[in-house]
Design a protein around this ligand. Structure first.
Ligand code: TRP
Length: 339
């Protein structure tokens, strides 16, 4: 079905709040691998239009967008190899989203669990944008005819909706225009959990700063947070099945494995039998060694906001070479005069 489409990866991250280790190991590291594999074109996006579906202080949003861009680059996204953009600078995203608002059904959007969670009890007071969020996300992907979308488990439902929108558009207009995109869901090894509660995802919105490692944390802070991370009193097992029911232990092992590019079993073969008092310093050393060059480069870039803005401006020009013709064809299909 997607054979006639250029293999192209698209993914986005919201510029709301700082970047955490979860963003790095769960998303950015994989984005870099996909970029370097060279088998797909890669487009990575700061989704500022999604961020404003809930109120954002303007200065904070601008800072978070630049910080996210710095994070992408410091993590290894090369703005020459990948197209790196800020969503609002490529107007075709919002333009296609309007068309998709008219394709998607109220009933489909009503079923979205993220909307229910974010709107909470007070749905009447949620923004219309928060409700329409998944149609904009579908537009982000389909305005590039992207064939593959790496995302976390929590975005699976939105990707299914993207497929439904593409199929309904194709069907309503009798065309084979939008690809049916493949989700690339993260492996268990990269799902980073809170350092205080192994059953919760590591999150920038957790009230406890001890629960997460921020990409801008100092080396001392990273080491301290790992030292204080919650664990159980037992020694580490030598095989993965010994981690069952030990959420905090699994999380620390998963983080180690992701940093070291090793399987969980390979890590346990090395550290099985050790106490956390011995393992935690190993993890802290590894985390600091991997993260400190990234945070140093982020800090350098944040001192050069003009450099960041120039990279994003260039990204938008390159993106529009793809998105403008796709929007034009969409408008023609729909019957917009002058498209
Ligand atoms: N909704 C995604 C999230 O919160 C972010 C996002 C927006 C996205 N548009 C996208 C992810 C398109 C993948 C593709 O994580």
């Amino acid at each position: 079905m997607t054979a006639k489409f250029t293999p192209r990866v698209f993914s986005g991250i919201q510029p709301s709040g700082g970047l955490t280790l979860g963003n790095y190991l769960g998303a950015m590291k994989r984005f870099v691998q996909m970029q370097d594999a060279g088998s797909h074109e890669t487009v990575y996006c700061m989704v500022d239009l999604h961020a404003i579906t809930v109120w954002q202080d303007p200065a904070t949003l601008a800072r978070a967008t630049r910080e996210l861009c710095a994070g992408f680059i410091a993590s290894g996204i090369d703005p020459e190899k990948s197209i790196l953009i800020n969503q609002s600078q490529v107007p075709e995203h919002a333009q296609l989203a309007w068309v998709f608002n008219c394709v998607a059904r109220m009933g489909w959007l009503n079923r979205m669990t993220q909307f229910k969670d974010k709107a909470g009890k007070n749905r009447e007071n949620a923004s219309v944008g928060l409700f329409a969020y998944p149609a904009l996300m579908a537009a982000d992907i389909l305005i590039y005819h992207a064939t593959h979308v790496p995302v976390g488990e929590d975005q699976k439902q939105h990707l299914e909706l993207t497929r439904d929108i593409a199929a309904k558009f194709n069907n309503d207009f009798g065309v084979d225009f939008f690809p049916i995109t493949e989700p690339v869901i993260e492996g268990a090894a990269t799902r980073v959990m809170s350092l205080r509660d192994g059953s919760k995802k590591m999150s920038k919105s957790d009230p406890s700063d001890q629960s997460r490692i921020n990409m801008t944390d100092s080396t001392d802070m990273i080491a301290q947070k790992i030292r204080k991370a919650r664990t159980d009193p037992d020694a580490l097992p030598s095989e993965a099945k010994g981690l069952e029911g030990r959420a905090e232990a699994s999380n620390l092992i998963n983080i180690y494995a992701a940093f070291a590019d090793m399987s969980v079993d390979a890590v346990l073969a090395e550290v099985g039998g050790k106490q956390f008092s011995e393992f935690k310093p190993m993890l802290a050393d590894l985390a600091v060694a991997k993260l400190s060059p990234i945070s140093t480069e982020m800090a350098r870039l944040m001192e050069q906001p003009d450099e960041i803005d120039a990279i994003l401006a260039r990204g938008a020009v390159r993106a529009r070479e793809i998105t403008a013709p796709i929007l034009k064809q969409t408008y023609e299909i729909v019957g917009m005069v002058g498209a």
